[in-house]
Design a protein around this ligand. Structure first.
Ligand code: NAD
Length: 482
């Protein structure tokens, strides 16, 4: 059987990599290769950048109204191909099909629609200097930009980056993760059907160290929007900063989920199950450190563990599956090694803790039981390092000061969740948390107009809403003497 080849999309066409080298693409639920990915290098990236450079004058000078219409048609294309995209997202990533349908694909379509319409409502500023002069500020698209995205929410985060870039009038060279390239590939077919002008979006598939690095290093790529791990982010910053490229880095997290004794218990437990194990815990915003105020600690642990054990780990295509496969064998081994580390550090595994062997189609897939660990302190590696899997720790705390100190005790600062019915406490504690997003009595509730991003080692810059559109533009002030 010939396997599907995931081709690059350069200058409006789907083409093979110059080297004709290919990487195996695994279906993680089956542990089997099911397609091949273009193993692109700097030659493919050079072609993509050249196509983007040529397309820039046309795209950047097109009226916002016309750009908006094209991007809206792409969003309609996502809606039309909903079933195929959701299936591909699940096959590539291992996530439950149900989740891909409920979250990834609708949010990908929403990203395109949001930025397509946002550009119709932008404003510029003017400042009058007494009776002497009038200043006005103009923004213009940055130029050719690079958008690099990770594997955990493949199409969602791919569109989260390219939509504002394209809407702002930039032309793009994008690279999805080599672990989950299929939906970006299907997306490029939608772009062709929709009539997106050639060269406006170019997608180069392949390894981060080769194709990704070539995008970062290319002198004509003037801005980089990157989402991925903190270690990769450091490397990208080291390459891009001396070239004075504009950088937006959305990186890892080790997010606290803070539960006060005065919370709405049912809501706190049920949402905490989602914020711990949705997408197999492979969401940068998952609350992997649960801290519970001591009077509620025992009751919370008992109920949380009971519900964790009831989660159905299974074939991602089955309707009742809540936890699917981890994205790769290497990632599964990393997650399992952290469970071992937790035990060495004195942790007690009270739910899960092991790989699961399923039967049938998924017998060789990369499944790990949802895992709950107690008895660790805040400084141990298990509580400091990002695991990015279905593994949480639960610890008790005493009072607000304790909660804030524990929550802020890592190098990361992406998101935090807070459960309390006390309004003043919600404000007070939120103001002291070093996190870019704080959810009070909810989780993953997103309004695309709000700034999104991390503090400390969780990133630099803000995406979302106007922040993203501003990132992809440069501004100048024009001062006219009256
Ligand atoms: P990763 O850093 O390994 O890879 C991300 C992307 O960068 C991939 O496309 C990869 O090919 C590419 N890449 C790798 N090395 C590169 C290099 N030298 N130059 C250019 N590109 C390179 O991350 P991952 O494993 O794909 O994703 C998981 C990580 O992403 C986790 O740490 C998670 O927290 C983080 N994440 C953050 C957010 C956020 O919004 N802050 C969202 C999702 C995921």
């Amino acid at each position: 059987m010939t396997m599907e080849k995931i081709l690059n999309y350069i200058d409006g066409k789907l083409i093979k990599p110059v080297s004709d080298h290919w990487i195996d693409n695994y279906n993680p639920a089956e542990g089997e290769i099911y397609s091949h990915i273009a193993d692109s290098d700097e030659k493919d990236v050079a072609m993509a950048v050249e196509a983007a450079r040529k397309a820039f004058p046309i795209w950047s000078e097109m009226s916002a109204f016309d750009r908006s219409n094209i991007l809206l048609k792409i969003s309609e294309g996502i809606d039309r191909n909903f079933e195929a995209l959701a299936k591909a997202e699940s096959e590539d990533n291992g996530k439950p099909l149900k989740l891909a349908k409920a979250m990834d694909i609708p949010r990908a379509s929403a990203n395109m629609r949001f930025f397509a319409t946002a550009i119709l409502h932008t404003e510029t500023q003017a400042h009058q200097t007494d009776q002497q002069a009038i200043n006005y500020t103009v923004r213009s698209p940055l130029g050719v930009v690079g958008c690099i995205s990770p594997w955990n929410l493949p199409l969602y985060l791919f569109t989260w980056k390219i939509a504002p870039a394209l809407a702002a009038g930039c032309t793009v060279v994008a690279k999805p993760s080599e672990l989950t390239p299929m939906t970006a590939f299907l997306f490029t077919k939608i772009c062709i059907e929709t009539g997106l002008p050639s060269g406006v979006l170019n997608v180069v598939h392949g390894l981060g160290s080769k194709a990704g690095q070539a995008i970062i290093e290319h002198p004509d790529v003037v801005g980089i929007s990157f989402t991925g791990g903190t270690v990769t982010g450091k490397k990208i910053a080291a390459t891009a900063a001396p070239m004075f490229k504009k950088l937006s880095l959305e990186l890892g997290g080790k997010n606290p989920n803070i539960i006060f004794a005065d919370c709405d218990f049912e809501q706190a437990v049920s949402t905490s199950i989602s914020s711990s194990f949705s997408n197999q815990g492979e969401i940068c915003l998952c609350g992997s450190r649960i801290i519970v105020e001591r009077p509620l600690y025992q009751k919370f642990v008992e109920e949380f563990v009971r519900r964790t054990k009831a989660l159905v780990v299974g074939d991602p295509f089955e309707e009742e599956t809540r936890v699917g496969a981890l994205v790769s064998e290497a990632h599964m081994k990393k997650v399992l090694s952290y469970i071992d580390l937790a035990k060495q550090e004195g942790g007690e595994v009270v739910a899960g803790g092991n790989q699961i062997r399923l039967e049938g189609r998924c017998k060789d897939g990369y499944f790990v039981q949802p895992t709950v660990i107690l008895g660790l302190d805040h400084q141990c590696r298990t509580n400091q390092e990002e695991i990015f899997g279905p593994v949480v720790t639960i610890m008790p705390f005493d009072g607000e000061e304790d909660a804030i100190a524990f929550a802020n005790s890592t190098a990361y600062g992406l998101s935090a969740t807070l459960w309390t019915e006390n309004l003043k406490r919600a404000h007070r504690v939120s103001h002291h948390l070093k996190s870019g997003i704080i959810w009070v009595n909810c989780w993953l509730l997103r309004d695309l107009r709000t700034p999104f991003g991390g503090m400390k080692q969780s990133g630099v810059g803000r995406e979302g809403g106007w922040e993203a559109l501003r990132f992809f533009t440069e501004q100048k002030n024009i001062c006219i003497k009256l």
